[in-house]
Design a protein. Sequence first.
Length: 96
Amino acid sequence: MTMTKNDIVDTLCEKLDDVSKKEAAALVATLFDTIKDTLSGGETVKIAGFGNFVVRDKEARVGRNPQSGEKITISARRVVTFKASPSLKDAVNDAG
């Protein structure tokens, strides 16, 4: 099963009795926009008890087209990585 953005909004509404669905949707959208804007600026997002989102620069490299075997250049880019906190890892491992 996959949890979607709407599922997060619904969960917020269930757990916080005085928050409407519209307010919860605005909260979730603002949170995601803030994280996206921070990462776009090259900064790290640290959420205590959850983990860190980090922007890394990847160098350009040579790769291969798997169908033809032809060499291609993969351009340099920035990627987002996530490292789970020890408490998140423990919660995931205890649930399984």
